[in-house]
Design a protein around this ligand. Structure first.
Ligand code: AMP
Length: 340
């Protein structure tokens, strides 16, 4: 299905072109017609399926169809700062032909620029729960005009203990709204939340949760004390583009990235012990190729979308099958191939 068939506001086609999208991905084809009609959506979508555009385009289309300007009208809640920034990048590209303003809201950085963005009339907010609640409670973020609410990666928000905050946010937005709910998995608490926030949703299930078929898997049995030596040897011998290495702990991420650095590679790390500034510059350097290797913990790398990742290496085994799927979903995105 071509994007022209969605009957989007003509101003959005400029952004679609800028993003380089021609044909819709399966989730876009399944979700967008209903979302554009204003239906609630519940989606089981794998990472890398194009789900962000599937909710961002209907939001932009609705905002362009009229209504008040320069007040928050769409709210996207996401589990991590990195994911919030990434969603905002998609918003900015797709909104290129419009005057719609967006803002990210999350903790770990000063609140003033975020308050300023709200004062400047941001209409789409992409927020992590904690800071958003602070700004709501302080009266800076006004929820009274929210028409569309998106809860993205709801299972991760549950894992990270955000569900009580998410419930408070849902209470703060008008009951009459369109809600889109995305989650890779549906543990009982997430299922319950979905039932509470959605009204007769259109169900979009993109198959069962499984690794993208574009990823090849390899397993190297190795005793712990030889892991680093094996990792360095693999990095030396393998023809790679960008490589993402996962460790279980922040400490280990730091240690492994130093070992890789000493072996002469361009490497950075992404984990919760680094400041927001360091995290942003690590991510930027990894995206633009300054560092072709990044060592990260699960939480830090949630939702990460870097096109050039050819290899994901699990230095430490993930705790759950879901975590494995999330990790290796960082490669093999949008029909590219990858190795795990
Ligand atoms: P997402 O699942 O939203 O993180 O998207 C994964 C990747 O697919 C991103 O790099 C998008 O830019 C890309 N993408 C999304 N929709 C399309 C499309 N219709 N055609 C080509 N690439 C797309």
């Amino acid at each position: 299905m071509n994007f022209t068939q969605f009957n989007l506001d003509p101003r959005l086609m400029q952004g679609v072109k800028k993003a380089g999208y021609e044909t819709a991905t399966p989730i876009q084809e399944a979700a967008m017609p209903a979302a554009l009609r204003g239906r609630d959506i519940i989606g089981t979508a794998q990472t890398g399926t194009g789900k962000t555009a599937a909710f961002v385009l209907p939001i932009l289309n609705k905002l362009l169809s009229g209504g008040q300007r320069n007040v928050p009208r769409a709210l996207i809640v996401a589990p991590t700062r990195e994911l919030a920034e990434q969603i905002n990048d998609v918003v900015k590209v797709l909104a290129a032909g419009t005057k719609i303003k967006s803002a990210t809201i999350y903790g770990g950085v000063g609140a003033n620029p975020q308050i300023q963005a709200l004062r400047n009339g941001a209409e789409i907010l992409i927020a992590c729960p904690g800071r958003l609640l602070d700004l709501i409670n302080q009266g800076y973020a006004k929820m009274g005009n929210i028409e569309i609410l998106v809860l993205d990666e709801a299972d991760r928000m549950f894992d990270m203990g955000f569900l009580p905050d998410v419930r408070r946010i849902v209470k703060a937005v008008p009951a009459k709204r369109q809600t889109m709910f995305f989650s890779a998995t549906f543990p009982a608490d997430v299922e319950l939340l979905a039932q509470q926030v959605l009204t007769q949703p259109q169900k979009i299930a993109m198959g069962i949760v499984k690794p993208a078929h574009t990823v090849t898997h390899a397993l190297y049995p190795v005793p712990p004390h030889l892991k680093s030596a094996l990792l360095l040897e693999l990095l030396k011998r393998t023809d790679t583009d960008s490589v993402l290495v996962f460790t279980r702990t922040k400490y280990r991420a730091q240690k492994v990235s130093q070992q890789i650095l000493r072996a002469g590679f361009k490497v950075t790390s992404l984990h919760g012990d680094r400041s927001q500034g360091q995290r942003q510059s690590a991510l930027k350097g990894f995206k633009d190729g300054t560092h072709n290797i990044m060592v990260a913990t699960d939480i830090a790398a949630r939702g990460l979308d870097v096109e050039s990742i050819s290899h994901v290496i699990n230095y430490d085994m993930p705790d759950t099958a879901d975590a494995y799927i999330h990790r290796i979903g960082r490669t093999g995105r949008a029909e590219k191939t990858g190795d795990a």
